[in-house]
Design a protein around this ligand. Structure first.
Ligand code: 13P
Length: 256
């Protein structure tokens, strides 16, 4: 059975105190309110929050993720944060290949292959993001683009290594725009991603791979997106910044 996952990507939001408070509230919701059972919750915090949040959360369903890690293991790389450092905070995952990193910071597949390797060496689970921009969808290239991102970024891994990967499909045109992929568009791409994984690693591995949808997923639309058979959860940006909204999304995931 593949996991049901709702992951928050806080991006560059929340001061240290605000982030610690948000994590406390999410922890309280899961502890005291009903409806989130069976969902693995991941908090993708900025680096500086990781250690404190990982230390503070007590609910076993909650794990913490970084939003990036360095390509190199250690050394003279001013300003970088290694996968080993991330793991040493108690974080269990790292988000890699987010479109904002690909587009604003020039992250290529070549760079991502190194980051994926560093993460796996440090036993971090990987949330690997893929997704097309609007022109690619409009010109019918979205399947091709997503397949290339998967192939170039991940398919050097063994099946055993790939078991540590969760895929997040985030159509770039739906991120932070309030425009969501329709449930049918999400399902179609998620089924395609699963078929690509199956061709590479076999159906059994594909059936165990969690594929998350990201892109303006919120408390209102989560139910219809999560009702799709190949949508295993969500990677949530804006709506993960309020504990009440985030918990509604967690409950929506639990319902389906
Ligand atoms: P929004 O939910 O704000 O659209 O962001 C999605 C995202 O990029 C999550 O990684």
């Amino acid at each position: 059975m593949r996991k049901k996952i709702v992951a928050g990507n806080w991006k560059m939001n929340k001061t240290f105190a605000e982030g610690v408070e948000l994590a406390r509230e999410v922890n309280e919701y899961l502890r005291y309110k009903e409806g989130g059972e069976g969902v693995s919750v991941i908090l993708g915090t900025p680096f500086i929050h990781l250690a404190k949040v990982a230390h503070n959360v007590t609910e076993p369903a909650i794990a913490v993720a970084a939003q990036n890690c360095a390509t190199e293991k250690s050394g003279a790389y001013t300003g970088e944060i290694s996968a080993e450092m991330v793991a040493s905070t108690g974080a269990k995952h790292v988000i890699l290949g987010h479109s904002e990193r690909r587009n604003y910071y020039g992250e290529t597949s070549e760079i991502l292959v190194k980051k994926v390797a560093r993460a796996l060496e440090n036993n971090l689970g990987i949330i690997f993001c893929v997704g097309e921009v609007l022109e690619e969808r409009e010109s019918g290239k979205h399947f091709e683009v997503v397949k290339a991102q998967l192939t170039e970024g991940l398919f050097n891994l063994s099946a055993e290594q790939f078991a540590h990967v969760v895929i997040a499909y985030e159509p770039v045109w739906a991120i932070g725009t309030g425009k969501t992929a329709t449930p049918e568009q999400a399902q179609e791409m998620h089924a395609f991603i699963r078929s690509v994984v199956s061709t590479q690693y076999g159906q059994a591995v594909a059936d165990e791979t969690s594929i998350l949808y990201g892109g303006s997923c919120n408390a209102k639309n989560a139910d219809e997106i999560f009702s799709q058979p190949d949508v295993d959860g969500g990677l949530i940006g804006g709506a993960s910044l309020k504990a009440a909204d985030f918990f509604e999304i967690i409950k929506a995931r639990a319902r389906h």
